[in-house]
Design a protein around this ligand. Structure first.
Ligand SMILES: NC(=O)c1ccc[n+]([C@@H]2O[C@H](COP(=O)([O-])OP(=O)(O)OC[C@H]3O[C@@H](n4cnc5c(N)ncnc54)[C@H](O)[C@@H]3O)[C@@H](O)[C@H]2O)c1
Length: 307
């Protein structure tokens, strides 16, 4: 076909479909949809932006992050590992009311805290260590902490025959042992001399716990960690104390919800534990470092009994 004929047919290009051979001869673009051709660059840009947004979103979800308000160099400072939980929130409320600077480390933010460091639960233990230590160092800007209170944890049951025996044991280990070990690592770097590290065990884990083996194992490991940290060469700052509380049942909203008919006068109030933490943080009535302190509540009165 001559060039002349090709020009003559160009006005009808929109309506007609051409065979591949015809296209080549008429020098037409492969795609004859004019809207697509005009908006090709826009579409490319849109898909690029969507990809960037998706990648950013998943990076945000996967990676731990932190946010912090400016920190004054004076005043007492504490960090609560598990600061979004029932006991953690009560402790943060208590210390905020006493004008402490309070940081929280958890899987979700505690809005009352001055700083929040988020842990990515899907990360490995070592990845969590790297991210948490990095963020704590950034938040503290070289300042030291009066106390690090680790109350992270959880509960799951199951004996060796339970379908979720291993799954629950794995979860218990992550919730109680990973968090306690990371809190200890933070203490070794950022706790002031004579400062306080508290961990959370459980009274039942002093013996066999057949109906909740994973839980008992994890809490027993926290008890062991306490003894090791308190011993000579445990790696904590000079004259600091490590104390582990061993509750039986705490008076939390969740326990109230699931056990409405239980005897609540044997449950330990969260405010009691928060006041205890404040006393210990101020070096009042601190038991010897390495103590496992059972919280035994009867008729609304809590006694501290060393295990
Ligand atoms: N509630 C009870 O009756 C009871 C009894 C004995 C012992 N305890 C222990 O007391 C502590 C406080 O109990 P609670 O009722 O407030 O628990 P909770 O479940 O309300 O709070 C625990 C918090 O720890 C956080 N957490 C779990 N794993 C974490 C991790 N790896 N890193 C960061 N944060 C993590 C959770 O997100 C949650 O906010 C826990 O250690 C629990 O095992 C509780």
């Amino acid at each position: 076909m001559s060039r002349k004929r090709a020009t003559a047919t160009s006005n009808t290009v929109k309506e007609r479909h051409f065979s591949t051979t015809e296209r080549r001869r008429l020098l037409l673009p492969r795609n004859n949809n004019p809207w697509l051709v005009k908006n090709l660059f826009g579409l490319f840009l849109l898909s690029l932006l969507t990809t960037v947004a998706v990648v950013k979103f998943f990076t945000f979800v996967q990676q731990p992050s932190y946010n912090a308000k400016a920190m004054s160099s004076s005043g007492s400072k504490i960090l609560v590992y598990g600061g979004r939980g029932a006991l953690g929130s009560a402790i943060i409320k208590h210390f905020k009311a006493k004008n402490y600077w309070v940081g929280s480390i958890d899987l979700a933010n505690n809005e009352e805290a001055d700083a929040n460091i988020l842990v990515a639960p899907e990360s490995t233990w070592v990845e969590q260590e790297k991210a948490v230590l990095e963020h704590v160092a950034k938040v503290l800007e070289g300042q030291t902490l009066d106390a690090i209170l680790c109350v992270a944890g959880g509960w799951a049951g199951g004996n060796a025959a339970h379908a979720d025996f291993v799954k629950n044991a794995d979860l218990m280990w992550k919730q109680s042992v990973w968090s306690s070990v990371l809190a200890s690592a933070i203490a070794s770097k950022h706790l002031k001399e004579g400062g306080l590290l508290t961990l959370t065990g459980a009274k039942p884990a002093l013996e066999g716990t057949p109906g909740m083996i994973g839980y008992g194992m994890a809490k027993a490991a926290v008890h062991q960690l306490t003894k090791s940290l308190a011993a000579e060469g445990g790696g904590l700052p000079k004259e600091s104390s490590v104390l582990t509380i061993l509750p039986v049942t705490l008076d939390t909203p969740m326990n109230r919800k699931w056990m409405p008919k239980a005897d609540h006068s044997t449950w330990t109030p969260l405010e009691y534990v928060s006041e205890l933490m404040e006393k210990w943080a101020n070096k009042e009535e601190r038991p010897a470092s390495g103590s496992l302190v059972q919280l035994l509540t009867e008729a609304g009165i809590t006694k501290l009994v060393l295990a």
